[in-house]
Design a protein around this ligand. Sequence first.
Ligand code: GH3
Ligand code: MG
Ligand code: MG
Ligand code: MG
Length: 298
Amino acid sequence: MVEERQARILMVDDELVNIELIADIFDQDHEVLFAVNGEKALEVAMISAPDVILLDVLLPGMDGFEVCTRLKADPLTMDIPVIFITGLGDIAAEAKGLELGAMDYIAKPINPPVVRMRVRNQIELKRARDQLSRLASTDGLTGLANRRRFDEVLSMEHARHIRSGAELGLIMLDIDHFKLFNDTYGHVHGDDCLRAVADVLRESLHRTTDLAARYGGEEFTCILPDTVKAYAVAERIRKGVEDLRIPHGHSPTADHVTISLGVVDTCCTRETSPSQIVARADQELYAAKTQGRNRISY
Ligand code: GH3
Ligand code: MG
Ligand code: MG
Ligand code: MG
């Protein structure tokens, strides 16, 4: 049997007797939240991010089908599994519920052991999906976002900045003479060095909306939304890496590991694509390299 870890269940029903029944089934092992109408359900789903939603169809005002439609239309709630629990036992209603994106459909009267197992299955599936999507967007070596996640976030932020008119900061950085470092100290130390640089990035980004990613090999990138201070962040990163004083005896630049950085802050428009912004940061990075490394070009 799969181990049951605590989950958060949102029960949406307008009848007290059903709410009490569900509370009896789950209260021991899980956190159970309640909503007695559709509007409240959407609000709680948004704020509390439940792991599963048990949804009645017949509700005062907005019905369960409409609630499900809205949950599935909002990126914040679309991945939460919905299970209809309803007195509407007919096939057409069941088909409609599943078509709207519900994962399961349970006819009342509520049978506790069956409801318990069906809910458990959806919670386990959601955990597996969440883990898979975390893995798909994380770089295995450093734990930072990977290239795929970076591309996703940049294109999202680009679209958002076109609407807001705010400035978007982008930093591209690359370790100086890293091939020599690997040749001198070996790949295991090379990997340690990459992780140490990743830690500096994590410590240097202070806002929850900032994103640090491993762009590839020994290149990293930072997306700094709504910022005009990208240069200051870049300098914090440059100094942070230099202050690690990781020995690099054969580097022509310094006797320790250094990085070069390219910085762009820009107003996004429909005329410039995300990849053009990356190309500009890359050109700046190249300029930092040719100007002597261990520096920022802006
Ligand atoms: P520059 O200062 O011009 O950037 O010189 P460089 O030697 O850093 O540049 P180059 O692009 O020639 O070399 C990058 C090196 O990064 C090649 C490879 O050995 C190393 N590298 C890339 N990915 C990894 C990795 O995952 N682990 C380790 N240990 N090394 C890596
Ligand atoms: Mg009802
Ligand atoms: Mg490189
Ligand atoms: Mg390099």
